[in-house]
Write a protein that binds this ligand. Structure first.
Ligand SMILES: C[S@@+](CC[C@H](N)C(=O)[O-])C[C@H]1O[C@@H](n2cnc3c(N)ncnc32)[C@H](O)[C@@H]1O
Length: 334
């Protein structure tokens, strides 16, 4: 009967308002203004963050009804675990992730047009592809970096738990972003050397992070585009959340550039969410929509990785799932 289905659909569609509300309070840093274990009136929070008092109150009341913040009988708001994760100083803070989704929301609003022609919503809304736009927008680029750590940070310990990288002399993280994955790998394997490779505008932040982790002597930072050439001199090349950003033709180009420098004993690791068969919900299918909307790439099945590898001169030798959404897809040069 339609009424029930309509109620369900209405609730599902309300998710877009909920997502916007989370992004908005993250943008204003509302959770930062509430000390854990205490609560503050919406009027005080509004004054501290530059928000409109009544609008902020209603938004926080709505969020509290979804388990984000909690309102006490006096009308003051405290943190719940979900609200605490939006504090800037929370371990693995999600604040940058929420801000990233909020800033990039115009891309989601283009989905209908994306369905017409397949072009990413980001390109439509912002006038150019995401990785051409970000270098010109340092503030957004910083938020994007933080967002990647917030969203994918937990994948790193899960990957290190599930996969044994021992025996690798020099390990290159290509498109390594802020260096957090490479930092964890080098910390786990003290004899290993590292190469972090990314675009110029990212390199500065990565260099500072690696320095802070005391890894400057074991890790080189190189600037460049993987569409032009891969950094030479590594025994293993890892790309996490790189191939999923690109279409098949671009992905094959990236892999061919890797093939051009990888030594015969070299190992290729693609770390991505592999799309399972069937109708079950899966993070890979969530990520895949994000790929359609933002970079215009795609998540792939194991069979699709196998044929990408083959087209670039690699053989797929294994897929190792981890306790997180990603698997390690391993290739060797043929
Ligand atoms: C989705 S992020 C993934 C970052 C990181 N690997 C991780 O898993 O958190 C994509 C990364 O690819 C980098 N990138 C994009 N285009 C690139 C190019 N042409 N050459 C090198 N790096 C590039 C971006 O700067 C960004 O750091």
């Amino acid at each position: 009967m339609a009424a029930e289905e309509n109620i369900q659909l209405l609730q599902i569609m309300g998710g877009s308002v909920l997502a916007r509300a989370i992004a908005a309070v993250a943008e204003f840093g509302v959770a930062d203004q509430i000390e854990p274990g205490s609560s503050r009136a919406a009027s005080e929070l509004a004054a501290a963050t530059g928000c409109h008092g009544q609008a902020l109150y209603r938004c926080l009341r709505y969020l509290a009804s979804h388990g984000i913040f909690v309102e006490d009988p006096q009308g003051a708001f405290g943190l719940t675990p979900l609200a605490a994760a939006l504090r800037t100083d929370a371990p693995g803070s999600f604040r940058a992730g929420a801000r990233m989704f909020g800033r990039m929301f115009p891309a989601v609003a283009e989905l209908e047009n994306t369905l017409r022609d397949g072009e990413s919503g980001f390109s439509k809304a912002f006038g150019e592809p995401i990785f051409e736009y970000l270098p010109k927008q340092p503030e957004l680029a910083g938020i994007f970096d933080g967002g990647m750590t917030a969203i994918h940070g937990a994948e790193t310990p899960a990957m290190l738990e599930a996969f044994d990288f021992s025996g690798i002399g020099t390990f290159a993280d290509v498109g390594g972003g802020n260096g957090s994955l490479l930092t964890s790998v080098l910390q786990k394997y003290p004899a290993m050397k590292g190469i972090l490779f990314d675009l110029g505008h990212v390199i500065e932040r990565a260099t500072a992070n690696l320095q802070k982790a005391g890894l400057s002597d074991r890790c080189e930072v190189r600037e460049g585009s993987f569409f032009e050439a891969f950094p030479e001199g590594a025994d293993a090349y890892l790309m996490r959340h790189i191939i999923h950003d690109w279409d098949d033709q671009q992905s094959i180009q990236i892999l061919k550039n890797c093939r051009a420098v990888i030594p015969p004993h070299g190992r290729l690791f693609i770390v991505e969410a592999v799309v399972p068969a069937g109708n079950e919900p899966s993070p890979a299918k969530e990520f895949d929509m994000a790929m359609l909307i933002y970079p215009g790439g795609m998540e792939r099945t194991e069979a699709e990785y196998r044929s990408l590898f083959a087209a670039a001169g690699f053989e797929l030798v294994g897929v190792t799932p981890t306790a997180s959404p990603v698997s390690v897809v391993e290739g060797r040069p043929v």
